[in-house]
Write a protein that binds this ligand. Sequence first.
Ligand code: TXA
Ligand code: MG
Length: 310
Amino acid sequence: MKSNQSNIKKAKKYLNKNYCIGVPTETVYGLAANAYIDLAVKKIFDLKKRPKNNPLIVHYNDIDSLKKDCLINDNFIKLYKKFSPGPITYVLKLKKFSKISKYVTNNQKSLAVRFPKHPLLKNLLKQLDYPLAAPSANRSSRVSAVKKNDVKDEFGNKIKYILDGGVCNIGIESTIINLIGKPTILRLGGLDVSKIQKILKLKLNLAINPKRKVAPGQSLLHYSPGIPLKMNIIKPKNDEAFIIIKKRKNKSKNYFHLSFKNDLNEAAKNLYSCLRKIKNKGYKSIAVEKIPNKGLGKAINDRLQRASMY
Ligand code: TXA
Ligand code: MG
């Protein structure tokens, strides 16, 4: 507890000096900087080699701090009460005189916002008088980071500090919902869309027109482990890594379990570490067993499908 406090203090020190640091969230690690300062936000884009037109998510401690920057609406309030803090990101209208850096939004009039649940990050946000812009802490189009060492692998000593919050609980990015006008899902993620539909009493569509990339997380080449990946495989080749979800009696050494009990939440939590592990072991290709397309299985299949475009 004490060491957490001194780590939070360190994190705060670097952020106040406009550096980018790694921070834990319940979904994946983020690469965070002061969302109000141009110079700090620009560093995020440089480090990630992220295209300038791909806007960032801003992380807030609570609704009061958000209200300074965004206009809220009834749908937002319903979802906020039920799911925040947690793995959901809302796209809202930016207020005209908000202090958010124009680099965060690429000069657009909407802002993606999220209230992270991870206790260390919550604690840090509470102590700052600005919100944190933070994309996932990986280089552009690569697999996201779910523990401190993954962030280190991605950025080495190019970043000053990583706040160590252990392994991310959910392991897959937040679900993004656009709440400007008719609600639509922009990205599948850590919160099952059917739960959101129940609260809004609406059937939600997934925006999938790749020509109008509202969320470039929808662009096809994304979340790539850097080697070819095929889905829905029954029998892998001998030299391939095989990602499985069902329990096996005879397991070869090239088999990698996402879950031992066909549990999709556990599978989501293990997905990115599993892809990293396989890559680091030197495999040249990956085969994946069919993953049930329900609950978080939908978000897993979404990520695998993008990874398979390599
Ligand atoms: O779980 C998460 O959401 C993690 C953690 C760190 O919070 N963050 C994350 O950020 O996944 P990132 O940058 O990797 O993905 C954010 C996605 C991008 O696809 C971006 O295009 C989209 O959100 N986005 C950001 N602002 C937007 C906006 N104003 N309208 C539509 N999409 C937006
Ligand atoms: Mg990302």
